[in-house]
Design a protein around this ligand. Structure first.
Ligand code: GLY
Length: 373
C-alpha cells in the first residue's frame, strides 16, 4: 500500500515540475494550486517534496528542480525578500539544508547557516522568546509565540552543531521550555498562541489565530507540537520534551473521529459539514514516526501510538489521497488552512502533501525528512 502511494506521489510531483515552473505552490482553490514567487511561508515544502522524490527515485529531473528552488532561496536571502517572520526554519530546512544533507554541498550549508542567523533576529532578549510574526515592538504580535515555531527550532539546533556556537541552541531551548510551559495545557491539549509582556516576558494569556476559539485546540497546532517536541528531544535528549511529545500525541489520537483523520479543531462542534484538516494528521503521523524512533518498544505508549499512526496513514491513503485522479495537482484532499478565516477551508495544502510523503517514506524506506543530519 505504501509503495503504491509513494509512486503516485512521486509521479504527481514530476508532473508538477512542469506545471509550476519557477513558482511555488501554497494552497489550492478549485483544485488548482495558488502559486507565488517564493514569498509564502510554505515555499520550502515544494523544495522538500522535490528532494524527497529525488532521494526515492534517484531521477535527476527532481534534483535539478530542487536545486533550482535552492537558488531561489539564495536569491530570497541575498535580497532580503519576506524574511521577517519565524518560518525561516520551514523554508531553509527543506531546501538548502536538505541539499546539504543529501549532497554535502558547501554553498547549501553556508546558505542554511545564514538563514539560521536570520531566524535569530526573531529572538527577543527582553522577553526571552522567538517572536513569530510582525516587527519588533508590534502592538498585536510583539509578545506572541505560536506552537508552529517548534518546527523552526531544528534549524537553530543544527546551526549550533555545525558552528559549535551554543547561542542558537540556547535560544531554541529557552523557547522550547517556554512553549512547553505555556502552550501545552494540563490536560495535554494546547494553545495555538500565547502572549507575553514584550518588555519583561511576563506571561499574559493564551489565544488562537486559526483555531475555533481562544481556548480550543487547533489540530494542526497540536500536530506541530507533537513533531516539534520530538525533534527538540532528538537534539537535546531532554526527557521532558519526549514526555511532552507523547502527551500531545496521545491527546491527538484519543480525539480522532472514526476515520482517524482530524477535524480542523478538536473543540469544533461536529456536523455533516465540519471541515477536516488532513494536513494536521499527516504532520502528526510524521511526528509520531519520529517519536517512535526514540521510544523503547517495551514502553506501553509504543504500540498505541504506532497502531493509531498506521490506521491514520491507511485512512489518508484510502480516503484522502488523490490516487485514482492522475491529473490532480495535490496529493492530499481535505486540508484546511484557516476555516474560521475562510481561507482554503477544504483544499490541497502543500505542507500536507510534504508531510504525507515524508511519513510514507519513513514507513517504507526509513527516510527521515530533512530536520536533522
Ligand atoms: N504555520 C502556519 C500554519 O500551520 O498554518
Amino acid at each position: 500500500m505504501w509503495t503504491k502511494a509513494i509512486e503516485d506521489a512521486v509521479l504527481k510531483t514530476r508532473a508538477n515540475i512542469e506545471r509550476f515552473g519557477d513558482l511555488f505552490p501554497h494552497v489550492s482553490g478549485e483544485g488548482v494550486y495558488q502559486m507565488n514567487p517564493n514569498t509564502e511561508w510554505t515555499a520550502g515544502f515544494w523544495s522538500g517534496l522535490l528532494w524527497l522524490s529525488y532521494q526515492y527515485s534517484g531521477d535527476d529531473i527532481f534534483r535539478e528542480a530542487a536545486r533550482s528552488t535552492v537558488a531561489s532561496f539564495q536569491h530570497k536571502l541575498d535580497q532580503n525578500i519576506k524574511l521577517d517572520h519565524h518560518d525561516i526554519g520551514f523554508l531553509y530546512s527543506l531546501s538548502s539544508k536538505a541539499q546539504w544533507i543529501l549532497e554535502k554541498d558547501e554553498a547549501a550549508r553556508k546558505l542554511t547557516l545564514q538563514a539560521a542567523d536570520v531566524l535569530m533576529n526573531r529572538w527577543r532578549a527582553e522577553g526571552q522568546y522567538l517572536q513569530a510574526w510582525g516587527p519588533k515592538g508590534d502592538t498585536q504580535n510583539g509578545g506572541r509565540i505560536i506552537i508552529d515555531c517548534l518546527m523552526n527550532l531544528p534549524l537553530l539546533y543544527w546551526a549550533a552543531e555545525q558552528t559549535r556556537n551554543p547561542h542558537y541552541k540556547d535560544a531554541a531551548i529557552i523557547h522550547a521550555d517556554k512553549s512547553k510551559k505555556f502552550l501545552v495545557r494540563g490536560d495535554d491539549s494546547s494553545y495555538h498562541t500565547f502572549y507575553f509582556d514584550p518588555a519583561n516576558g511576563d506571561a499574559l494569556r493564551g489565544g488562537t489565530h486559526q483555531g475555533y476559539k481562544d481556548g480550543s485546540t487547533w489540530t494542526r497546532g497540536q500536530a506541530w507540537g507533537i513533531y516539534g517536541f520530538a525533534l527538540s528531544y532528538r537534539y537535546t535528549k531532554n526527557p521532558l520534551y519526549m514526555e511532552t511529545s507523547i502527551r500531545l500525541a496521545k491527546y491527538f489520537i484519543n480525539h480522532l473521529p472514526a476515520d482517524d483523520v482530524a477535524y480542523w479543531d478538536f473543540d469544533v462542534p461536529v456536523t455533516e459539514s465540519t471541515k477536516r484538516d488532513s494536513s494536521a494528521s499527516a504532520i502528526a503521523n510524521a511526528g509520531i514516526l519520529e517519536l517512535l524512533e526514540h521510544l523503547d518498544h517495551a514502553d506501553p505508549a509504543y504500540a498505541t501510538l504506532e497502531e493509531s499512526m498506521l490506521r491514520s496513514m491507511k485512512s489518508l491513503v484510502v480516503n484522502y489521497s488523490t490516487i485514482g485522479d492522475p491529473d490532480a495537482q495535490g496529493l492530499l484532499k481535505h486540508g484546511s488552512y484557516s476555516v474560521r478565516g475562510g481561507a482554503a477551508p477544504d483544499d490541497f495544502m502543500i505542507w500536507g502533501d510534504y508531510y504525507y510523503l515524508e511519513a510514507l517514506l519513513r514507513l517504507e524506506k526509513g527516510f527521515k525528512g530533512y530536520w536533522y543530519d
